[in-house]
Structure formats: C-alpha cells, structure tokens
Design a protein around this ligand. Structure first.
Ligand code: NAD
Length: 252
C-alpha cells in the first residue's frame, strides 16, 4: 500500500504542469484524486496517465473563480470518495510583462481572481469539510513572486503575495483544529506556463536557465514531491510556512 492509501486529495490546475504532476504523484502514492481544471482536454490527458497505472481519479471541469463550481466539486469529491484529506490549490495564470501603470484593469481583475480569490474560495469550502472530518492539510501554490517583487509582474506578484498571506492567516486560524496550511513558492519550473513565458525558444530557455544556480529549471515532479511531503504526517509540525523551492535562485 502507498503512503496515501485510503486518503483523498483534491488538486486544482490538474490539467497541466505542476498540478498534473502532483495529481499523478498522489494517485501513485495510493490516494483517490479529484482533478479540477478549466481545460477538459488537459483533465482527460491527466486522467489517462493516472488510469494507465490503475490509479483512482475523478475529473471535474471547473473555473476556480466560481464559488458554486468549487463547492460542487468538493461536494462531489466527498460524495464519491467519502472525505477530503489533502488539498492542493494550484490553478493559476501568468501576466504579460508590463509596468503597473500600463496594466489593463480587466487583466488585473482576472489575475487576482484566478490566482488569489480562487484560493480563498477553495479554502473556504475545504476548511468546512475538514472541520467536520477531524482535520486535513492544505497547500496553496504561491511563487517566488509571492515573497520577492519582480519588475513587470505587479498583478502576478500581488496575487501571489496574497496567496502567501492568506495561507498563513488560515494556518493560524485552524492550527488548533488539526488543519495545516502551507504556501509553496516555486522558482522557475519547466511547464507550459514557462514555455509561454520564454516563447518556447532555445534562446528564451537559455536566458532563464542562466539565472539558475543549479543550471536547469525545476521539474514539476520536484514540486509534487514537496506537496506530498507537506501533506504527510512527517510534516505534522509544519504550518503557516511559505516554502521556497527554486534551486537556490533567491538564496543570495
Ligand atoms: P500551467 O499553465 O502548466 O498549468 C496551470 C493549469 O491551471 C492549466 O492546466 C490551466 O488550464 C489551469 N487553469 C488556469 N486558469 C484556470 C481557472 N480559471 N480554473 C481552473 N483551472 C485553471 O502552469 P504551471 O506552471 O503548472 O502553474 C501551476 C501554478 O504554479 C500556478 O499557480 C503558477 O502561478 C504557479 N507557479 C509556476 C511557476 C513556474 O515556473 N512554472 C513558478 C511559480 C509558481
């Protein structure tokens, strides 16, 4: 039996990149996994990868900015799998590089809604379920941009600093009730998001890699491993933490 046999994990942004790798890792470790994403195609691909090794997965297409949609997805998770032990609130979007003064208001609102409001909505409903189930663990995807400012990324940074902040607030509010909440702050991880950012050219990738002390980008699986650890009993005393995983990029 895997470490997560009998456990239920809920993952958003599971149709690609970090979320997909984490959904797969939870399923490989024995968990029943609810995979949520706005992309049905992405979800189908993730489900096929999990089903290929006999893992249990429930796919739910949903826009994470919808409170109704998120509540329905969580209710369906509990109805299907009998509970909720771990949540990885990870769906997110990037912003085009632009100075704050030039950011379009609609773009500002969308980045804040997808990256930050969604985490509030997810936690709001997840904590209610976990309180009646005797506890649980939540990990929210912040970013290196959720602890350090980046030029041209004010909407993204605002959303991710927000994720770091509300993860810590929720951790304090429920620490005594068996619910741990942590923020994960990845550096540059090799996903579709980074391909869009670099224009997916060798030159663009090389420019990003040149900033990496380790000399490469991180792999989605390396973030997934950390999420599983943070949700496990081994991390039982870890809560309210913003964990930077960036190959040393911001170490000095
Ligand atoms: P990705 O683009 O590969 O995956 C993001 C997924 O989120 C996609 O499947 C997308 O369809 C989904 N999504 C977007 N908007 C959604 C919505 N409204 N509702 C539901 N699903 C939605 O990117 P990724 O790199 O895997 O990013 C995952 C998370 O990690 C994001 O929050 C991102 O900001 C964060 N992050 C990524 C990096 C990196 O270098 N890749 C670094 C730091 C933080």
């Amino acid at each position: 039996a895997g470490t997560y046999t009998g456990k239920v994990a809920f993952v958003t942004g599971a149709g690609s990149g970090i979320g997909r790798a984490t959904a797969i890792a939870f399923a490989k470790a024995g968990a029943s996994v609810t995979a949520v994403d706005i992309s049905e195609k992405g979800l189908q691909e993730t489900a096929a990868l999990i089903e290929a090794f006999g893992g249990r997965v429930l796919t739910i297409p949903c826009d994470v900015t919808s409170s109704k949609g998120i509540k329905a997805a969580l209710d369906k998770t509990v109805a299907t799998f009998g509970g909720l032990d771990c949540a990885f609130n990870n769906a997110g979007i990037e912003q085009p590089v632009n100075k704050l003064k030039d950011i379009d208001e609609d773009l500002w609102d969308r980045v804040l809604a997808v990256n930050l409001k969604s985490v509030y909505l997810c936690m709001k409903h997840q904590i209610d379920i976990m309180l009646t189930n005797g506890g649980g663990a939540i990990v929210n995807t912040s970013s290196g941009a959720g602890v350090l400012a980046i030029q041209g990324q004010s909407a993204y940074c605002a959303s991710k600093y927000g994720v770091t902040a509300i993860s810590k607030c929720a951790a304090l509010e429920h620490a005594s009730q068996g619910i741990r909440v942590n923020a994960l702050c990845p550096g540059i991880i090799d996903t579709d998001m980074i391909s869009r950012f670099t224009g997916d050219t060798e030159q663009g990738r090389a420019r990003v890699i040149a900033q990496e002390p380790i000399g490469r980008m991180g792999r989605p699986e390396e973030i997934a491993n950390t999420v599983l650890w943070l949700c496990s009993e081994q991390a039982g005393f870890v809560t309210g933490h913003a964990m930077v995983i960036d190959g040393g990029q911001t170490a000095g």
